[in-house]
Design a protein around this ligand. Sequence first.
Ligand SMILES: Nc1nc2c(ncn2[C@@H]2O[C@H](COP(=O)(O)OP(=O)(O)OP(=O)(O)O)[C@@H](O)[C@H]2O)c(=O)[nH]1
Ligand SMILES: [Mg+2]
Length: 218
Amino acid sequence: MPKVKLIRIREEILSENKNLADSIRADLSRRRTTLLNIMSSPGSGKTSLILRTIDLLSNSVSMAVIEADLDSTVDADKIAETGTEAIQIETGGFCHVNAAMLEKAAAKLDLDALDLVILENVGNLVCPAQADTGAHLNVVILSVPEGDDKPLKYPVIFKGVDAVVLNKIDYLQIAPFDRESFWEHVRALNPKAAHFEVSCTKGTGLESWVQWLKGRLQ
Ligand SMILES: Nc1nc2c(ncn2[C@@H]2O[C@H](COP(=O)(O)OP(=O)(O)OP(=O)(O)O)[C@@H](O)[C@H]2O)c(=O)[nH]1
Ligand SMILES: [Mg+2]
């Protein structure tokens, strides 16, 4: 029987992406610019956390934001309103940002003048976990209304991050959410990740988040 030739496209693409991501990371490190990749489901509070972070850090840290959406500039417009530079990536249907998209967006920024570039990834808990963007720091947000079982259902994203932010803690009074069990699941998957509990609307818990972030800048 003739042998079937097998081409492993997925592995090839992922390894090309990883090489580019490593080179982006090294280039940013040389410039002393930190890239922070924020991931979550749609609506968990990525833009809200970025707006709070700008509010608390923009006096001491020079920053810009790269917004990724399937097809809109809604979030980038909100960032630009604060006076912080915002670059929009319209992924045109792609469900995550990869290193090539990040490289194109970053080329539009004056990276040497920036301490921090925040990437708001496309909203979902699956695809963004699969592609290295070149970020130095990866963070996932989970919000209380999504439920405490999400680390069990989407373990890959929780395994690969440097910090987990539990947002919308103002809902804890009304939503059935077992905080202890949530953090237990997170710790079992990723014992090293930092943990934060915040409410972006009320403004609670954000000081320790920004202190952690400041301490991790290049
Ligand atoms: N109650 C409550 N609502 C919040 C909190 N943080 C964000 N929200 C609300 O949740 C909604 C979604 O927040 P966004 O920050 O836009 O979420 P996102 O993750 O950027 O959403 P996408 O970009 O669509 O994926 C908005 O109506 C926010 O006002 C919070 O701490 N508590
Ligand atoms: Mg958003």
